[in-house]
Design a protein around this ligand. Structure first.
Ligand code: UGA
Length: 455
């Protein structure tokens, strides 16, 4: 089947490369000449484990190519996947300008039955809007069907998520389109992946409800962490104890500095806006957003309290991306903390394995270092903001010799408080009692008891 994927951003590239790997004949279209030129040489402009290899392999085998020329790509395709950006507008709703543009082009170049599939996360009603644009633009000469096929990929494990999903959601009212989509995903159906075929609006809502629910789990455990801090309880054990209940499950119950990235913040705001536009309120999601904001502020207070203020301090800052295995810093919870440190007069020595290039224009005054140890040199505290694997097993002896003050503020709970105390560190983490070395008097303030919490 000839497939056209419009938009060679994160979702478009992963979708195109994986569908090519399923044996489809895929053309990826993007307006950005430089990007298409680089992709045509096998150069993938984003960091995603395994993506460059998959792109290069499928290009070499003749199933994947890239172009800026949308018209012939539409004309040759039986299925057109729309994977363009839907950036948030100031009210939190998704900006559908690019989707409208693509739908208009499809209308102009419709030359036979085609299915038009939305992969981008789009609000309920977008499928209907696309259908209307194409029908008005193309008239009744050619038939087409609109399909919602939301993606559930996580950055950093997108290929794995595409190839081994928990489910595939196909939303369409057109039986021929549903059949074509089943055909596209036949390698997954053969591997017993559940395929849900439903209407367009239900499929659109599944995506928002899923991201909203996952964000809810995170905000929930972050509030529990705050209560743990007030009582000297351990959120890691609470999370484990909850997660062993099959009805709850262990995933997305990791307390931390609040969720970030290009999806959860945007999609939760959009979900609240969708409810609002429907004359309703999504109260739980509103609370999830509020908790996330409070959590991020609480992190700044936690670091400030542990340090006894920022002015004149030097901080080793480990992790800038919103999560590991990506260079993406969009809405990274690390950034407001870095901003507060800089504004408060601290010197920040930062290290991130992939995200420093993206951070440099935003924070030109940071000292960017070659690794975690260089970042820690002569510091009053080391702050861990992202759970990169290489920060999990630091040589603590080496670290302690490098720092000025053996204070570690770990916003990802990578270490055991008692073990860190035994290594001579004053260790502050999330929702757990502090680790305080016996030999050292308590040099800095105690737990951020209810600091930044809503009263
Ligand atoms: C998320 C969803 O997990 C994907 O299923 C979805 O397809 C994607 O959004 C999307 O809509 O495109 P992603 O944003 O890549 O994927 O990252 P996640 O791994 O879900 O993490 C999101 C944020 O939540 C990160 O800041 C992470 O640190 C935080 N998080 C996650 C926690 O704080 N605790 C957890 O237990 C899990």
């Amino acid at each position: 089947m000839n497939i056209c994927v419009v938009g060679s951003g994160y979702v478009g590239l992963v979708t195109g490369a994986c569908l090519a790997d399923f044996g489809m004949n895929v053309v990826g279209v993007d307006k950005d000449h430089a990007k298409v030129e680089a992709l045509s040489r096998g150069k993938v402009p984003i960091y995603e484990p395994g993506l460059d290899t998959l792109v290069q392999k499928n290009m070499a085998e003749g199933r994947l190519r890239f172009t800026t020329n949308l018209a012939p790509a539409i004309e040759e395709a039986a299925a057109i996947f729309i994977a363009v950006g839907t950036p948030p507008k100031s009210d939190g709703s998704a900006d559908l300008t690019f989707i409208r543009e693509v739908a208009t082009s499809i209308a102009q170049h419709l030359n036979g039955y085609k299915i038009v599939i939305t992969k981008s996360t789009v609000p309920i009603g977008t499928g209907r809007m696309i259908e209307q644009i194409i029908r008005e633009g193309a008239g009744s000469k050619h038939k087409f069907a609109v399909v919602s096929n939301p993606e559930f990929l996580r950055e950093g494990s997108a290929i794995e998520d595409f190839m081994h999903p928990d489910r595939v959601v196909i939303g369409t009212r057109d039986e021929r389109a549903a059949q074509m989509m089943r055909n596209v995903y036949s390698p997954l159906a053969a591997a017993d992946v559940p395929i849900i075929v439903t209407d367009v609006e239900t499929a659109e809502l599944i995506k928002y409800a899923s991201n909203g629910f996952l964000a809810t789990k995170i905000s929930f455990i972050n509030e529990v962490a705050q209560i743990c801090e007030a009582w000297g309880a351990d959120v890691e054990v609470v999370s484990k104890g909850m997660g062993l209940d099959n009805r709850i499950g262990p995933k997305f119950l990791q307390a931390g500095p609040g969720f970030g990235g290009s999806c959860f913040p945007k999609d939760t705001r959009a979900a609240a806006q969708i409810a609002h536009d429907s004359g309703l309120r999504f109260r739980i999601i509103e609370a999830v957003l509020e908790v996330n904001e409070v959590t991020q502020k609480r992190m700044i207070e936690k670091v400030g309290q542990a340090l006894g203020g920022f002015a004149g301090k030097t901080i080793g800052f480990l992790g800038l991306s919103f999560k590991p295995n990506t260079d993406d810093i969009r809405e990274s919870p690390a950034l407001p903390i870095v901003q507060a440190l800089v504004d408060g007069g601290a010197t920040v020595r930062a290290f991130d394995p992939e995200a420093m290039t993206a951070c440099k224009p935003l924070f030109p005054t940071l000292v960017y270092t070659k690794d975690a140890y260089e970042a820690a040199e002569g510091t009053d505290a080391v702050v861990i903001a992202t759970e990169w694997n290489q920060f999990r097993k630091l040589d603590l002896d080496r670290l302690r010799k490098l720092v000025r003050e053996p204070l570690v503020v770990d916003l990802r709970n990578l270490y055991e408080p008692a073990a860190m105390a035994a290594e001579g560190f004053h260790y502050v983490s999330i929702g757990r009692p502090e680790g305080i070395p016996e030999a050292r008097p308590r040099a800095v303030a105690g737990p951020a008891r209810a600091a930044g919490g809503r009263s």
